[in-house]
Each structure stands twice: as structure tokens, then as C-alpha cells.
Design a binder for this molecule. Structure first.
Ligand SMILES: O=C(O)CCC(=O)C(=O)O
Ligand SMILES: [Fe+2]
Length: 219
């Protein structure tokens, strides 16, 4: 497993340094994807919470912006623990290569029901967040173009473009096992309305912003 992580981390680090993002056909492997897909489907209604925006979640405002529901991962459940362990190995491997100072991570499942979306946003605002790297991992067998729910990534590298109208650089179908990794500050993105139930896991690697005796923990 470690050898695989190192090879993958080389590829990811190169892409992040050159382009700021990468789309991988397969993240931690089919076995982990299958276990997580099963886990997502088994979660009961009460285990999914409405998504907020911002770290403390303004739920009323959020409804205009996103309509998905979330479940945070932890080490209590085996499938979640396996993936969190993989994410930790990847975090350490990327730190060795890129010196990003990635300190910890937070991860949640998301479910989008037909009609759900997440409007264009940035996961981190310059100087105001410690979310540094975003990883989105898709758990949807048999996804077709007509099912919608694409992740659209926009480009901020072109300084000429008007804010909110940056050019589209990628439109990603949320197909099984696919993983998208990007610098959180650099890419506005959105989830187009889905026609089918859409499962994913979003992770943010964070830098440590603890100071003045305030301990900054994930979530
Ligand atoms: O599910 C996706 O494709 C992206 C989700 C997203 O942008 C987010 O949770 O911040
Ligand atoms: Fe996002």
C-alpha cells in the first residue's frame, strides 16, 4: 500500500505544482470505494445532516447555495477508518514533496438527491481559512452524462477574467472511484443539479492556524 501511495503522491505533487489540480481515475482503489459506497447507502436519514456554509453553518442562507446533506467521517467505522488512514498517508507523502505544511484533515460524505446542487463557490478565501487542499472522491456506479451532477472547475489563473465569470476548465462526472484534488484557494467550482442520487466524500487538508493558546481542531 505504501508503494502505491508514494507513486500516486509523485503524480499528484507534480500536477499540483504545475497546474494546481489533478483528476485521478481511481483514488485509494476499488475495495475502499466499494466499502464506502455501501457505508453511504446504509446511513440512515437521521445520520445525514443539512449542509451549512462556513464553519459554523448558516443553514437558512445555505439552502440557496447548496442542498446536499452531510455525514462526517470518523475512525469508529471500519470503512471510514480505512479511508481516513489512506488520507493520512497521502497527507504525509504530499508534505514531504511539496512542503505545504498540511497539518490535519476533515472529511464528510455528501449525498445530493435529484434536484440538489451546490452553487459556484471557493472552499477557502485567501488569508481567511486554513483549508489548503480539497479532495473530492466519487462513489457512484454507472453515472451517465444525462445524470448531471457534474463538478465544474473554473480557472482563476487568467487574471483578465471577471470575477464569477472565469473560464470553465473541467467538467467532471462523479463516476465511481474518481478523485479530484485541487488547491482550495485557486479554483471556484460548482456542482450542477443532479438527476440521480449522488454520493461523494469531500476532504480538506488544513494548515495549523492555532495561536494565542487557541487550539484549532478540525470541523
Ligand atoms: O461534490 C463535489 O463535486 C464538490 C463538493 C464541494 O464543492 C464542496 O463540498 O465544497
Ligand atoms: Fe467546494
Amino acid at each position: 500500500m505504501t508503494a502505491d501511495i508514494d507513486t500516486l503522491a509523485d503524480t499528484v505533487a507534480d500536477a499540483l505544482a504545475n497546474d494546481g489540480y489533478i483528476i485521478l481515475p481511481d483514488g485509494p482503489g476499488k475495495q475502499i470505494s466499494h466499502a464506502l459506497y455501501q457505508r453511504a447507502r446504509e446511513l440512515s436519514d437521521s445520520q445525514w445532516q443539512a449542509a451549512g456554509i462556513g464553519r459554523h453553518g448558516d443553514h437558512l442562507l445555505a439552502k440557496e447555495i447548496r442542498s446536499d446533506r452531510l455525514h462526517w467521517l470518523d475512525y469508529e467505522h471500519q470503512a471510514e477508518a480505512n479511508y481516513l488512514t489512506w488520507l493520512e498517508q497521502m497527507r504525509i507523502a504530499l508534505n514531504r514533496r511539496l512542503f505545504l505544511g498540511l497539518f490535519d484533515s476533515e472529511s464528510h460524505f455528501a449525498v445530493y438527491q435529484p434536484g440538489d446542487f451546490y452553487r459556484r463557490h471557493i472552499d477557502a478565501f485567501r488569508g481567511r481559512s486554513n483549508r489548503t487542499l480539497t479532495i473530492v472522491y466519487y462513489l457512484n456506479p454507472e453515472w451517465a452524462q444525462a445524470d448531471g451532477g457534474e463538478l465544474c472547475l473554473y480557472d482563476t489563473i487568467d487574471k483578465q477574467s471577471v470575477r464569477g465569470q472565469e473560464p470553465l476548465i473541467e467538467s467532471v462526472l462523479p463516476s465511481f472511484g474518481k478523485m479530484v484534488i485541487f488547491l482550495s484557494e485557486k479554483f471556484p467550482h460548482e456542482v450542477l443539479t443532479t438527476q440521480k442520487t449522488r454520493y461523494s466524500i469531500a476532504t480538506w487538508y488544513r494548515i495549523n492556524s492555532s495561536d494565542h493558546g487557541f487550539i484549532d481542531t478540525a470541523k
